[in-house]
Design a protein around this ligand. Sequence first.
Ligand code: MLT
Length: 409
Amino acid sequence: MARINEGYRRLQAGYLFPEIGRRVGTFQKANPEARIIRLGIGDVTRPLVPAVVEAFRAGVEEMGTATGFRGYGPEQGHEFLIQAIREHDYRSRGVEVGADEIFVSDGSKCDSANIQEIFSTDCVVAVTDPVYPVYLDTNVMAGRSGALGEDGRYGGIVYLPATAANGFEPALPQARVDLVYLCSPNNPTGATLTRAQLVRWVEWARANDAVILFDAAYEAYIRDPDLPHSIYEIEGAREVAIEFRSFSKTAGFTGTRCAFTVVPKEATGSAADGSRVSLQALWSRRHTTKFNGVSYPVQRAAAATYTEAGRRQIREIVDFYMANADRIRAGLTRAGYAVHGGRNAPYIWFETPRGQSSWEFFDRLLAHANVVGTPGSGFGPSGEGYFRLSAFNSAENVDEALSRIARLG
Ligand code: MLT
C-alpha cells in the first residue's frame, strides 16, 4: 500500500501566493475592466540589466560551438562564479568563505526548503512569526510538527513573534530549539537584524548547540552601512550558521533562477552515536545526489552581476525599487497608516485600519482600489492585522496604487 506522507495532510490548505492568485483571478474575471496593480508577491518587474544579458547571450552562443559546448557542469557550480561570489559577496566585507563551502543552486526557495533534510526529523524548529511560509511548511511536510491548532500554530513548532510590540525583534527561544530560521532583511516585515542582535543569536546558537538557517536573499537592499549583510560577519557564526543568498531580488533573476548556499566546514550537527558530523559534507552529499547544477549560461549571467558594469547596473535597479519603497512608506504614512519596514528591504509592512483582519483588508483593497497586496496573516498568526506591499513595480503603478489607497479613506 502506498501510504502518503501524513505531514502533507497537516498543512494548511494551500500555499499563500497561489491562494492570492486565485482570489485575484476570480475578481478580474468578474471585473474585466479593472486595472489591477500588483504589489503582492515579491516578484521583480525590471528587465535583466545589459551586462547580464550580454553574458547570458555569450554563454548560450558558447554552448552552440563545438569547443564551447558543455554537458553536465560541476554540481556545486562553476569555478568562475564561485570565485566571484567569494570575492565580491564575502572578501569585500572581510569574510573568508571556502570555494567548497559555496553551493550554487537554482533558488533560495528550494535551498531553504531542502536544507531541513540533512537534520533529524525530531529536531525542534523555531520560526519567527510572521515568517516566509516555505521554512515552516517544509518542516511540516517533513513531519517535524503536530497538528495545526485553532490559534493558527502547528504543535511542536516554536513560534517567535515579531510585532510592533517588540520592535519586530524576535526574542531568543526560551525552550530547547535545534534549528532556527532567521531572515534579514526580513520577509515579510522588512525589519533588519543589527550586528548586536545577530551577535546575540550566534552566541545563543553556540551555547545551545543549535543551527541558524540564515536567509539573506534581500541583503542587496540594505542601505544602512552599519547593518551586516552576512551572518559570517559575526564572530563564531561559521560554527553555527548556514546562509542562503540569491540573485533573484539582487539582479532580477526570479525567472532566470540562480542562488547559492554557504555551509562552512566548521558547522556540525550531532549524530545518534554522539559524534559530530560536518553539515557541509551532508549538504554536499545531498546537492550532488539530487541536483545537476545550474545551466552554464545562467551562471555566466550571474557572474556578470559582479563585473564593474554589472554591479553598477544592478545597483541602479535596487535603488529604483528602494525609491518605490520610500514612496510607499511616505504615501501610506500620509494616508494615516502605521508603517514599518521598507528602509532596508523592498517590503513595507503596515497595520490594517480599524482592526480589520488582514484578509478583510486584502479583499477591500482589491475590490475598491484594485490593488493587490499580501495579507499579513498569510505569514503566520502574529501577522494578523498587518499587510505587506512590495516595492517591485513601476514608479507610475506605485504612485497610482498609493492615490487609490488614499482615496479608500
Ligand atoms: C514573497 O513575495 O514573499 C516572495 O516572492 C517569495 C519568494 O521569493 O519566494
